[in-house]
Design a protein around this ligand. Structure first.
Ligand SMILES: [Zn+2]
Ligand SMILES: [Zn+2]
Length: 104
């Protein structure tokens, strides 16, 4: 592994490691392989899908988010589509498992 990136880590830049997902900061592995965006950034599929529910931009460079792998992109689009439906139905998007405890 090249250590030339180490110089940048001194300043506290956390995403200097290219083998880690910038969303959860966990490294990639066989169980959690990386997916590559069209802007050439790598994330866990699970992470970028979760991210896509909050933002349509890449968290690294803020370009429009799309994935190189057509299957992954299709999945991402499907999740986004579902979010759009949910949003139009209820107006707001509470997180999964969110409960309203209303004391009357
Ligand atoms: Zn991740
Ligand atoms: Zn990017």
């Amino acid at each position: 592994m090249a250590s030339s990136a180490a110089a940048f880590v001194e300043g506290g830049v956390q995403d200097a490691c290219e083998d880690a997902c910038s969303i959860c900061l966990e490294s990639f592995g066989d169980a959690d392989p990386a997916v590559i965006t069209c802007c050439k950034h790598e994330y866990h599929l699970q992470c970028i899908i979760e991210w896509s529910q909050r933002s349509k931009e890449c968290p690294m460079c803020w370009q429009a988010l799309s994935l190189k792998d057509p299957n992954s992109q299709e999945l991402l689009a499907a999740v986004e589509h579902e979010r759009a439906i949910r949003q139009s139905r209820i107006g707001v998007f509470p997180p999964e498992g969110y409960e309203l405890h209303r004391v009357s």
